[in-house]
Design a protein. Structure first.
Ligand SMILES: [Zn+2]
Ligand SMILES: [Zn+2]
Length: 403
């Protein structure tokens, strides 16, 4: 890792200290993981970006973080004496948590107990021995990152702006440098919100605990009726989710939810879909409120916004520092605004190291693209690749330097 250390150090030497600007730096706790040991150094505080930059050159970080929280005394170790003054509202969209078809091509898991191996998303417990000691070797491809980006756009366009009234100017988007995006909401309105309050927001966005009756699904004089598809918030979203799910659901899928009555739904599908569009909610005879609710709940599950709620509810979260380097990829944590996001290509725009090539020994890797260079799958091979690819693979622990 000596060569990587030098590369990271040079990056921080050449960085403009303005690029380390964050809102109220002097009130944030700064933390880092150094190169030498896998131990987090916490409770650092800096008055300005120049003093932070000086520190980073002397103590080159493999990973660099700052607190979502604002403290009166960020550098005090005792959390109770830091004096919490508020925190940004944070959302984390991580490609790891979103099921994508490509995971079967680039992710592996191993049971540490019986050595069983498999591809794709790791099971919670080993299907052979039932133990939960499962190790994973996961990768992120451009498809995964594209799906994460679509999820971020959905979060902003379908929830934060229309339902919460947050303006795009209050939203800062950060590519994490690895698997996804963080959204920071800078608003006095949310700053003092408790963890419970933030959980309410996370649950709302994840569609948890939605009361269908309160949102317009009910039986009136023996006839089932539902919310208008053009209504704002969850009312419209319920109708839309139901419509979209019903349009694509197979008989088998529906039978898994409501049994044999699925046949009635499939037979009358077009009429039901038309009625929701016309806001009349025609539900055929023989299908009760309970069964419709079951279908809608499944539809919501397939349509909700996939955020990591643990990040949102934590009022003292340590978040990746914008314009720092991610130690598992060598990519830059990129700050983006809403307009930049659509055309942002993380595997190109976050590349920092662009000079020359490096010779590496690759232990094992799936097919990966960095910049315009694509390679893999490879196993036990020595190759010469562009610097950005070499650093990416070494940081991932999948390759070693060769001379
Ligand atoms: Zn096992
Ligand atoms: Zn993928």
């Amino acid at each position: 890792m000596n060569k990587i250390f030098e590369k990271f150090k040079n990056y921080y030497i050449n960085l403009n200290s303005e690029d380390l600007n964050i809102v109220n730096l002097e009130k944030r706790e700064i933390a880092l993981i150094p190169f030498k040991e896998d131990l987090m150094i916490r409770h650092l505080g800096f008055k300005d970006t120049n003093s932070l930059k000086d520190y980073l050159i002397k103590n080159v970080p493999l990973h660099l973080y700052y607190s979502s929280a604002y403290y009166e005394n960020p550098q005090v170790e005792d959390m109770n004496l830091k004096n919490w003054e508020g925190a940004d509202l944070i959302f984390d969209v991580d490609a790891d948590h979103i099921p994508t078809d490509c995971k079967i091509l680039h992710d592996k898991w191993f049971c540490l107990n019986c050595n069983l191996q498999g591809f794709g998303i790791a099971p919670e417990e080993c299907p052979k021995c039932g133990q939960k000691r499962i190790d994973t070797n996961t990768w992120i491809c451009e498809r995964c990152l594209e799906v994460a980006k679509i999820e971020v756009l959905k979060l902003i366009d379908e929830y934060l702006i229309p339902d919460f009234g947050i303006s795009s100017k209050e939203i800062e988007i950060c590519f994490s440098g690895h698997r996804g995006y963080h959204l920071h909401i800078y608003s006095e309105y949310y700053k003092k919100l408790s963890s419970d309050g933030r959980r309410e927001i996370a649950d709302y966005i994840r569609g948890i605990g939605i009361d269908l009756k309160a949102h317009g699904l009910r039986k009136v004089n023996g006839i089932i009726t539902g919310p208008n598809i053009r209504e704002k918030g969850w009312r419209g979203r319920i109708a839309k989710s139901f419509y979209e799910y019903l349009s694509r659901a197979s008989l088998e899928e529906l039978m898994n939810i409501i049994g044999k009555s699925a046949e009635i739904i499939i037979k009358k599908r077009d009429k039901i879909l038309d009625s929701i569009m016309m806001n009349g909610w025609f539900i055929p005879k023989g299908i009760g409120l309970k069964r419709i609710s079951k279908i809608i709940k499944e539809a919501i599950k397939q349509n909700f916004c996939n955020i990591d709620e643990r990040v949102t509810i934590d009022t003292k979260r340590l978040i990746r520092y914008p314009n720092s380097l991610h130690g598992k990829t060598g990519l830059k944590v990129c700050r983006l605004n809403y307009i930049d996001l659509e055309k942002f290509d993380p595997l190109k725009d976050a590349i920092v190291f662009k000079t020359g090539t490096m010779k590496i020994y690759v232990k094992e890797m799936p097919k990966i693209r960095i910049g315009n260079y694509e390679i893999g799958p490879l196993k036990n091979e020595t190759i010469e690749v562009p610097e950005s690819m070499a650093i990416y693979l070494i940081c991932k622990g999948a390759a070693e330097m060769r001379n």
